[in-house]
Design a protein around this ligand. Structure first.
Ligand SMILES: Cc1cc2nc3c(=O)[nH]c(=O)nc-3n(C[C@H](O)[C@H](O)[C@H](O)COP(=O)(O)O)c2cc1C
Length: 186
């Protein structure tokens, strides 16, 4: 396989699209984020890289809480809007209908099928972005998007982000933690 060096950049093949919900001055604000992932299994933690200049950063510092909301394909327009416009310039509190869960200061977007409530665990200053690690306090899932007590990806229909483009999830291809059992060293 011939390789070409493309230089250092914060590359990941595919990323999720989530909405980071915070209260700023007591008002909900939602910010689109793709640089989000899992940080720990026990205790359950997730993390998201947030630029220091974002209005969202102010909300996290104010309350020590935030939410990650998983939009489905049908929310692509308001989701992209929240990534184009800052709460500094425009009030985004009405883009989604907000409700509150166990953490009274982390707004959750009603229209998103999955809402993850997070208590800030640690902020790691990485440069332009601060990695915000949050302990998961509760997860709210739209009842119609559940199968066997868990969120079902085929029903949630999340938005995948890659190459300045939104993608939908494709067809299942192989079973994880299983396919590798067929491996035989040549
Ligand atoms: C698809 C997409 C993904 C984004 N991912 C991130 C991200 O992971 N971290 C970040 O700081 N900004 C990200 N942004 C940019 C912010 O969403 C954007 O600057 C937004 O206006 C900030 O809102 P706020 O100032 O109200 O917090 C993304 C934008 C889009 C459209």
């Amino acid at each position: 396989m011939e390789k070409i060096m493309i230089g250092p950049m914060p590359y990941m093949s595919v990323l999720p699209t989530v909405l980071v919900g915070v209260n700023v001055d007591g008002k909900p604000n939602y910010m689109t984020a793709a640089w989000a992932t899992v940080a720990s299994m026990v205790p359950p933690m997730v993390c998201v890289a947030i630029n220091k200049a974002r209005y969202t950063a102010k909300g996290i510092d104010e309350n020590g809480t935030f939410s990650l909301n998983v939009p489905s394909l049908k929310q692509v327009i308001p989701t992209d809007h929240c990534g184009l416009v800052s709460g500094k310039q425009e009030d985004k509190s009405g883009v989604f209908q907000s409700f509150y869960g166990k953490l009274k200061t982390a707004p959750l977007a009603e229209e998103c099928p999955v809402n993850i409530e997070c208590r800030l665990f640690q902020s790691v200053d990485c440069g332009s972005h601060i990695l915000r690690i949050g302990e998961v306090v509760e997860i709210h899932v739209d009842k119609s998007c559940m199968t066997d007590g868990k969120p079902d990806i085929t029903k949630v229909n999340p938005i995948i982000y890659a190459q300045l483009t939104y993608f939908s999830v494709g067809k299942p291809f192989a079973k994880a933690f299983s396919e590798g059992k067929k491996y035989r060293k040549e």
